[in-house]
Design a protein around this ligand. Sequence first.
Ligand code: ASP
Ligand code: MG
Length: 405
Amino acid sequence: MALIVQKYGGTSVGDVDRIRNVANRVIKKYQAGNDLVVVLSAMAGVTDQLINLAHQVAESPDERELDVLLATGEQTTVSLLAMMFNSMGFPAVSFLGFQAELLTNEAHGRARIQEIHVDRIRKALDQKKIVTVAGFQGWTRSGNITTLGRGGSDTSAVALAAALKADSCEIYTDVDGVYTTDPTICSKARKLKKISYDEMLEMASLGAKVLQIRSVEFAKKFNVPIHVRSSFNEEEGTMVIREEKDMEKVLVSGIAYDKNQARITLTKVPDRPGIAAKIFTPMAQAGIEVDMIIQNTRAGGLTDLTFTVATPDYKKALDIQQNLADEIGAEGVYSDENIAKVSIIGVGMRSHAGVAAKMFSVLSKENINITMISTSEIKVSCVIEEKYTELAIRVLHDAFELDKA
Ligand code: ASP
Ligand code: MG
């Protein structure tokens, strides 16, 4: 007998038939003698609809009220599922964030979980009830409803699994696991049996389609193994787990990409203390996140400085820098929106030399120009022209033999 936390995403509870599919899956495990805590998202599209409604009544909706509204999406699904269990003859009870005593800070819309008191859930489990818990929502000590950011139900599930010391945490979604790269781009993409927390975090944009990034951070911190799998078939998915020794044998485990990037270059910037601070402080103040930064020293006490930002921040960032260029005495500001970042990721890089060099030569064979490079211990990223993204992914996938297990 085990304590199992399962989470089902929006498409898995998108209509009554699908909720019934969830119920049948849960019951199978319940009848085998397990305790079940089922965390749910809102029905697919509902959170978006609620946000849309809010914007029809207010240009910038009050954050507290927006959370009260958004939390209703998950209230609908947990109550429906519990009702369904009860009508099928299985005892069940639903808990909202405050009833599950999932305590967060006060940051509406992006609240962080601080504590969970699981007594009430435990008592229900002791009474052999199936427990359904509303994902995505929490409760502050001052008595307000909060939400955890888009995709936050994943984090609710991982946090509950940690607090309950569950035997397993299964995240059911509409994809059947984590792939070596985007299968819609590369037909040879392969489902990974397992991936380490750190690799999953580096997969960023790719991984985020499968799990909320924060849930992976949480899982890493509390060492909760996550099984990501599909709610539409019985196949094993991908285990997201603590790094294991044999993972280092594989050079590259995945290829991620991000087309949502733009590059800004300031040329002939005076090379003296304080200039970088001048350039990046106003960006931080405007809430713009800078990704890669490269500075090249030129002759004559001048440098060129290039950085990338996410496309939605591009116009704002460019405005800031154009206004700043005169003040700091830069020659000009150049920019390019049609770029993409392609990254190879793998814990094996730590123990193998030459991985970056191989990436560069694979890209050069296709005549793909690399305009920026950044590396971390387990990732090498190259900025290239956006139109070569798909090609780059395919040739890298072949070169690093990601199709082979
Ligand atoms: N319903 C929320 C969202 O759409 C939370 C979730 O599904 O995880 O972002
Ligand atoms: Mg999700």
